[in-house]
Write a protein that binds this ligand. Structure first.
Ligand SMILES: Nc1nc2c(ncn2[C@@H]2O[C@H](COP(=O)(O)OP(=O)(O)O)[C@@H](O)[C@H]2O)c(=O)[nH]1
Ligand SMILES: [Mg+2]
Length: 413
């Protein structure tokens, strides 16, 4: 995999990150995520891969890491929850492309989830490879942890520890059962922690794919952070857009209601509609003017607008009439629409309804055009050519899930 070099991807991510233009509010809101992403970026630059032990407490996470290091660095104990803090240690195995391999110990997920969920999550999120340690058959909790790691696009190596507690037949049964419970098509490796088994396997996988795992996890971390930032930006814009659409619809309603013929006056209504599109485009950071707003207006099918009109025409109920009456009151200077008769009120209702539809459709169009001009991390992930079965499958899950959940349409007005 020659085209995937760490340096190129580091420069890409660095450049992307420098151009993301966070507001002060975003900087403080995402403070923790920003710090941990910066750390990931730094590790990518330094070519420092991070492998972490994860699993239930007492399965031997700390012991397994110690056996890899051939030193008692991480505290172990029969008392559950000895490891309370996340602790890292460098592991000196030699590799051609990566500079440093770092081993990370974590508290058991069952013990510390409640106490520091954020801390544990950000620790797990920034592991390039996860040694999921078990000391027997998988139980329900372990399976559900594994499945959420898979959904999150993590690379997992299931490590079976404490094999001295079982005889050969039991061991076979346990492995069969674990295999049966894990997703069939993912080829998640199950490695027995015995003699140098685990060390050999990890060394092999780092030599072959270490660079890719580190790069991919960095791109994924960037993507996850970007999704959070984007969602929050869109939510704030959604609120602004909604209130702008509301303002325009009431202005239009009051003009139309006081002058029932104006609805047929295409020019008058068109001016307001294009002004609305222009305001919305400002909210979405596009700043469209003149010709471009007219283009968007044209793109929005006129049929859609008229559908709204006929629906209001058919369904105008007393409730809607009353709502319009209340809504338009401030814009008619307290002047009641009632004396102008039901036609005026229905006209107003039509104006409100059609402006809201126009606003929604315009926002969708504008959003389509406002897509970032720079390449997003997700595009990078999609563009990487994964031929290796080790990587292809778990990244594919990430890509599929990301495409399903994050089209962002639900954050539009
Ligand atoms: N019999 C046996 N006990 C082990 C093995 N590995 C760890 N232990 C013991 O299991 C207990 C918990 O180990 P520890 O590494 O602290 O688990 P952690 O909570 O997952 O970090 C300790 O008493 C260890 O001595 C093993 O391979 N066989
Ligand atoms: Mg421990």
């Amino acid at each position: 995999m020659k085209q995937l070099t760490i340096n190129k991807n580091y420069l890409f991510l660095k450049n992307w990150w420098e151009n993301i233009n966070l507001t002060n509010y975003e900087k403080s809101f995402f403070n923790r995520e920003i710090i941990s992403f910066n750390q990931q970026l730094f590790r990518l630059k330094e070519k420092k891969i991070r492998i972490g032990a994860y699993g239930k407490s007492g399965v031997g996470k700390s012991s397994v890491l110690n056996s890899l290091l051939k030193k008692d660095i991480f505290k172990t104990n029969i008392i559950n929850g000895t490891t309370r803090e996340i602790q890292a240690e460098e592991w000196d195995i030699k590799d051609q492309t990566l500079n440093i391999v770092e081993l990370l110990d974590s508290p058991g997920f069952d013990f510390c989830d409640i106490k520091f969920p954020d801390k544990v999550y950000s620790c797990i999120n920034h592991l390039d490879i996860i040694l999921f340690i078990v000391s027997g058959d998988l139980n329900r909790n372990e399976l559900s942890e594994i499945s959420s790691l898979i959904q999150d696009g993590k690379k997992i190596i299931v490590t079976l520890n404490k094999i001295d507690l079982f005889d050969e037949i039991e061991l076979k049964e346990i492995i069969e059962s674990i295999k049966f419970k894990l997703p069939k098509d993912l080829n998640i490796p199950i490695i027995i922690n015995h003699e140098n088994n685990l060390k050999n396997y990890i060394t092999k996988i780092i030599n072959q794919y270490g660079e890719i795992f580190l790069t991919l996890n960095s791109l994924q971390s960037a993507d996850k952070l970007f999704v959070q930032i984007k969602e929050q930006r869109l939510k704030r814009r959604q609120k602004l857009a909604q209130s702008t659409i509301g303002k325009f619809s009431t202005i239009k309603a009051s003009t139309v209601a006081l002058n029932p013929f104006i609805l047929f006056d295409i020019a008058g209504s068109f001016a307001l509609d294009t002004a609305l599109i222009s305001e919305l485009s400002k909210i979405y950071g596009l700043n469209l003017k003149g010709e471009s707003t007219r283009k968007i207006f044209k793109n929005i099918s006129i049929n859609n607008l008229f559908l709204g009109v006929t629906q209001v025409g058919v369904n105008t109920s007393f409730n809607l009439v009353r709502k319009v009456f209340l809504l338009t009151a401030p814009f008619t200077n307290g002047l009641s629409l009632l004396p102008y008769g039901p036609i005026a009120i229905i006209q107003a209702a039509i104006a409100i309804y059609s402006t809201k539809i126009l606003g929604k459709l315009a926002a969708k169009e504008i959003f389509k055009r406002s897509k970032a001009s720079f390449i997003e991390p997700f595009i990078m992930i999609q563009n990487i050519n994964f031929n290796e079965p080790e990587i292809f499958k778990h990244i594919n899950i990430y890509i599929t899930k990301r495409n399903l959940n994050n089209n962002f349409i639900s954050f539009l007005p």
